[in-house]
Design a protein. Structure first.
Length: 168
């Protein structure tokens, strides 16, 4: 999902101001936008979650990345291992969209402590929610993108004002 810069003169003006700003000023503005918007993004994502798996995988990893011309909302983009050894990126699809085959069995080869190989059959998708249309991150992004554009402009103007006040 994206928002077009062409629809808003305020966003266009903000991007133009950041392109012409000093490196240190634009760095401070990006940091301020990230600081202000990340808790709000996490709050919106949290408001849509339905179970603890979605909390751990989607909400706890929600971040905002800011550049001079772009703001990227991410979730479950982490490669840091969680309890159980899986990464949020690996579990994101199942946590967001659910699964149609919770009863499907997976057979894999295990090894005993003495090194003997044996077959293990388990229901490995059992912990995933059923397939549904109650998405977490997509619905949150739909709600938050207009708010993010507003935050981006407001925070940029406020930070520029603070920098000018500090210098004078």
């Amino acid at each position: 999902m994206q928002i077009s810069v062409l629809t808003s003169s305020e966003v266009r003006g903000t991007i133009a101001a950041l392109k012409n700003a000093d490196k240190e000023i634009s760095k401070e503005i990006r940091s301020a936008v990230r600081t202000v918007s990340t808790p709000e993004w996490q709050g919106v994502v949290s408001g849509n979650r339905a179970n603890p798996l979605q909390q751990r995988v989607l909400v706890d990893t929600a971040k905002v990345n800011v550049s001079n011309t772009n703001v990227t909302l991410t979730s479950a983009n982490s490669s840091k291992r969680m309890r159980g050894g899986a990464t949020p990126a690996l579990l994101a699809k199942g946590a967001e969209f659910g699964t149609t085959s919770r009863e499907a069995r997976t057979t894999y080869t295990g090894r005993s402590r003495k090194g003997k190989a044996y077959q293990v059959t388990r229901r490995t998708k059992r912990q995933m929610p059923d397939r549904s249309r109650t998405w977490v991150v997509y619905k949150a992004a739909e709600k938050f993108i207009p708010r993010m554009a507003s935050l981006y402009v407001q925070t940029t103007v406020r930070t520029l004002h603070e920098i000018i006040e500090r210098k004078s």
